[in-house]
Write a protein that binds this ligand. Structure first.
Ligand code: ADP
Length: 270
């Protein structure tokens, strides 16, 4: 809604006047609402693995003599605790992102190198599904920002492409200059995403298919993290997709302008 939330204080000023102090609380109230929402979602999301872990611990206890059952429950216990760990890590990452301004503590980042490492770190899961990662293009200008966060963002996009793709397909990763920006794209031959879903996938904890996301080890926070990182770097992320036609996620980042300030190089001409 577009309503305004204002706190008003009234103070008498002598006999004839009163002082009205109006304090616009709209933005603060909205931020609080978003935060409360997030806390509610987090509690809900944490309850699932935590509940499963305590049930499995009980089951292991009760199956003491049945070695096959114990092994089965233990394997599931490991899976659930891995999920819990991933979830906690993503939640921490996301809260960190909301509290920092990366542009204030940034460095010069070679995006070629960051992308190469992001691909490298996804090699194993790709090999397990016999997915070929094709990498193309380089850029000769750096970006300014936080290397670790950019790495996290690119890793998440490639990780999604692999997780949602069927075996024996190809994931394409491209890097190039376009319209004065650095453009990174990740293309897959997965199930694709409908237009309606495309609007929602960047929301926290939103998943098109919760069961599928959970099964593949997703937390529902990946794209939300990517979106925050890209926005913090003054860039944008878009998705192109059609059901059955795969998906392409495209990140555009501003180039670090290394040409010195005109005033700084030629003050004498003024
Ligand atoms: P998750 O941990 O569930 O993967 P994300 O925030 O990374 O969470 O993605 C949100 C949802 O967007 C996913 O649950 C999935 O439904 C959809 N999605 C993300 N990437 C892809 C992709 N490459 N192909 C198809 N669907 C995708």
């Amino acid at each position: 809604s577009s309503s305004l939330i204002v706190h008003v204080r009234v103070a008498p000023l002598g006999d004839e006047y009163i002082l009205l102090l109006a304090d616009d609380r709209t933005e603060i109230t909205r931020t609080e609402a978003v935060r409360n929402d997030f806390v509610a979602n987090v509690s809900h999301e944490l309850k699932t693995p935590v509940g499963a872990i305590s049930l499995l611990a009980e089951a292991i206890d009760g199956a003491a003599d049945d070695q096959v059952a114990v092994r089965r429950f233990t394997a599931r216990l490991h899976k659930e605790s891995a999920r819990l760990a991933a979830l906690v890590q993503d939640i921490i990452e996301l809260s960190r992102l909301q509290g920092t301004n990366v542009m204030l503590q940034g460095e010069i980042v070679d995006i070629n190198e960051v992308l190469a490492e992001a691909v490298d770190r996804n090699k194993l899961p790709a090999e397990e599904k016999r997915i070929k990662i094709l990498v193309g293009g380089t850029v000769d200008q750096p970006v300014f920002g936080d290397r670790d966060l950019l790495m996290t963002a690119l890793r998440n996009l490639i990780d999604n492409a692999i997780r949602y793709s069927p075996a024996d397909t190809t994931v394409g990763v491209g890097l190039r200059h376009r319209d004065g920006l650095i453009q990174i794209s990740v293309t897959d031959q997965g199930p694709g995403i409908s237009a309606d879903e495309q609007e929602r996938i960047f929301e926290r904890f939103y998943r098109v298919d919760a069961a599928r996301s959970r099964q593949t080890g997703g937390t529902g926070l990946g794209l939300s993290i990517v979106k925050h990182v890209v926005a913090n770097h003054g860039g944008e992320i878009t998705v192109w997709s059609q059901p059955g036609q795969g998906s392409t996620f495209t990140v555009r980042l501003p180039i670090l302008d290394e040409t010195p300030d005109q005033d700084a190089v030629a003050p004498a001409e003024k």
